[in-house]
Design a protein around this ligand. Structure first.
Ligand SMILES: NC(=O)c1ccc[n+]([C@@H]2O[C@H](COP(=O)([O-])OP(=O)(O)OC[C@H]3O[C@@H](n4cnc5c(N)ncnc54)[C@H](OP(=O)(O)O)[C@@H]3O)[C@@H](O)[C@H]2O)c1
Length: 283
């Protein structure tokens, strides 16, 4: 097991599923782990306490933020920068699927706001801390759902076309991969690496935020999936393994690089996405 003593890691969406297991594993390896949590302060205290007790590592802290809110992402980044001198690992993991169209407090379609803009803005705001680390790693948890995604540049928020939960989800997961590639390119020549991954089909709370028949379908889907332990493996590998030091701009599955969709490699589209995202978050 890698030794992460002295490393500072931020894991978003760490109250459940893949994120929680990833935070646990990083804490087990001795890292200081900041878990970003949103909805339920009691649940978040329970998770912090459980990880501390189970790993014997007291350096686990929760920072609450609703990552669908731009203002809360900014407050979170400020709090982190005020508290910690650098950031060694940023694991962008929080994500969800919404089977009916919802909008964030900023009036942005929820899947785009939470799954993509939060990765984009949080990474941007923490860049100075990432640069202060000897060789920071940024990891975007995407999904093979991106293979079916397209970025509808004229309507990313499903304002003019009929909303599709899967369409919005696969679009956001494609954006996670393209963001990783565009950022890796920008950081070429620096020690910071940026990679994206597919965790597999994992039995988590994913999708259960939806009611009715969709919520039941997601629960059923849970029977055909791998455990959160297995689902967290690639995230933890990218965060900690010495053999991926210096590897950047790749898409991983089962701890190995694999090709992502053809659309994800379109550099012009990556740059267009970058400009659109920067505009939407007010950079
Ligand atoms: N499960 C799969 O089969 C699968 C497959 C491919 C990719 N993925 C990806 O893996 C990642 C993790 O998914 P999961 O399956 O572990 O999901 P999960 O069990 O539903 O956990 C999602 C986490 O995200 C957090 N979250 C949700 N909305 C948030 C918000 N507005 N602000 C801050 N945090 C928020 C949740 O925290 P609170 O509940 O505290 O808000 C929770 O900790 C996602 O990016 C997903 O797209 C999952």
């Amino acid at each position: 097991m890698s030794n992460l003593q002295g490393k500072i890691c931020v894991v978003t969406g760490a109250t459940a599923g893949i994120g929680r297991m990833s935070a646990h594993r990083l804490a087990e390896m001795g890292a200081t782990v900041i878990i970003v949590v949103s909805r339920n302060p009691r649940k978040c205290d329970e998770v912090v306490e459980a990880i501390r007790q189970q790993t014997g590592n007291p350096a686990v802290e929760a920072m609450p933020a609703d990552l669908s809110s731009l203002q809360q992402i900014r407050a979170l980044a400020r709090r982190f920068l005020d508290t910690y001198p650098r950031l060694d690992v940023l694991l962008n993991n929080a994500g969800a699927i919404f089977t009916s169209r919802q909008v964030s407090v900023d009036g942005i379609e929820m899947t785009w706001a939470l799954n993509h803009l939060s990765y984009f803005l949080l990474t941007h705001l923490l860049m100075d801390a990432l640069k202060a680390a000897p060789a920071a790693r940024v990891i975007n948890v995407s999904s093979d759902a991106h293979l079916m995604g397209t970025i509808a540049f004229d309507d990313v928020q499903f304002e003019r076309r009929r909303y599709s939960g899967f369409g919005a989800y696969s679009q956001s997961k494609l954006a996670n991969v393209m963001h990783a590639y565009a950022l890796a390119r920008r950081l070429e020549g620096t020690p910071i690496t940026v990679n994206a991954l597919h965790p597999g089909a994992v039995a988590t709370d994913f999708g259960k935020n939806n009611s009715g028949v969709w919520g039941k379908l997601f629960k059923l889907f849970g029977r055909f999936t791998i455990s959160p332990e297995e689902g967290a493996q690639t995230s933890v590998y990218l965060a900690s393994a010495p053999e991926v030091a210096g590897i950047t701009g790749k898409y991983f599955y089962r701890c190995k690089p694999k090709p992502s969709s053809r659309a994800s490699y379109d550099v012009q589209a990556q740059e267009k996405l970058w400009r659109l995202s920067a505009e939407m978050v007010g950079l």
